[in-house]
Design a protein around this ligand. Structure first.
Ligand SMILES: [Fe+2]
Length: 247
């Protein structure tokens, strides 16, 4: 099990068991290759903070975006190797794997065709991010292209696609196609604004959150994970069960 409970005193004095996560599947901790950690020092601080909060496994997910972050398997491996060496020097013990957060664009289509997708988990999950500005076109086609090759697409932070606010049937359509959802823990705390927070709540109530992730881009966003995880709505999601603990 990747979930465990620890007693935490709440504000009215009773001891409540707080469910936590041990595996994170969405973060930007590799140094200097996207808008996450900008130096090896920052990567190490993020790792330390994950360890302090009881995490034992991080599947980190640098951006692959055709115009902004032109990462390749090589660039990710290189940054990963750098972090691994620095962690050994510092004696930091945390199981880190890498995948990628694929932007839904032409580059993704090309990589699928070339069989160059970096998936994660035994079920070959692929983390996909849509544009924040306009709804994606061709979600069926991309799902089928990936499924034919044995991949299981996972939508990164569905609550951040505010253009679907108030239209839960559009989220349902994605689920009917077969997409799984990974929500950002901090969305529950209003980190991305009220609309994302409300969508998160709806997704939680519908039982549509398959994975939780930090989407940490810097040290402060790791440091405050514990606070967001303690929120009742996040606890509800953890009680219903997420797939993080299967990885
Ligand atoms: Fe991300």
């Amino acid at each position: 099990m990747g979930l465990f409970s620890r007693k935490k005193r709440n504000t009215i004095g009773f001891d409540l068991p707080i469910m936590r996560l041990q595996t994170d599947i969405h973060s930007h901790i590799l140094p200097g290759i996207d808008d996450g950690a900008q130096s090896i020092e920052e990567s190490l601080m993020m790792v330390e903070s994950f360890i302090e909060q009881g995490y034992t496994k991080i599947i980190t997910s640098p951006h692959i975006h055709s115009t902004r972050y032109q990462n390749t398997k090589n660039s990710i491996q290189e940054a990963y190797g750098q972090l691994q060496s620095a962690m050994i020097q510092r004696n930091l013990n945390l199981n880190i794997e890498y995948t990628a957060e694929y932007h839904f664009d032409q580059e993704l289509l090309a990589l699928i065709k070339k069989n160059e997708i970096i998936s994660f988990g035994k079920d070959n999950y692929v983390l996909i991010e849509f544009s924040f500005l306009m709804p994606p076109v061709g979600v069926d086609r991309v799902f089928n292209m990936l499924a034919e090759k044995g991949y299981q697409p996972v939508v990164a932070h569905p609550e951040r696609y505010e253009y679907w606010y108030g239209n839960m049937e559009l989220f349902e359509k994605l689920r009917d196609i077969g997409y799984l959802f990974q929500s950002n823990i901090h969305a529950a705390a209003g980190f991305y604004g009220g609309v994302s927070q409300r969508i998160f709540t709806m997704l939680a109530k519908y039982g549509w959150i398959d994975f939780l992730g930090s989407d940490a881009h810097d040290t402060p966003s790791v440091d405050i994970l514990e606070q967001s995880i303690s929120l009742p709505i996040v606890q509800t999601v953890l009680q219903k069960g997420v797939r993080n603990h299967l990885l």
